[in-house]
Design a protein around this ligand. Sequence first.
Ligand code: CA
Ligand code: CA
Length: 94
Amino acid sequence: MLSANTIKIIITISAIFFFSGCVASSLATQDSDRDGVPNYKDICKYTPIGAQVNKQGCALDTDFDGVIDLYDKCPGTTASELVNQYGCTIKVLP
Ligand SMILES: [Ca+2]
Ligand SMILES: [Ca+2]
């Protein structure tokens, strides 16, 4: 027969395991910037809402001009072009 104290200890330990399991699973799925990549895998933690991201959780910049696709109004610029904040050419480098 278990004593009342033993039963209390068993209940306490079960509760700790139960709640720590909940915390661990919510940490695993937490996604602060809501880009679909959980925080523990997300290299870019502050992706703007609506941006398409790669596997690392970083916003895509298809033409590599430094302006992410979400804000890039000229998505086909080449590496030899200087662009403004909208990703559009302001100057072609010689
Ligand atoms: Ca992200
Ligand atoms: Ca771009």
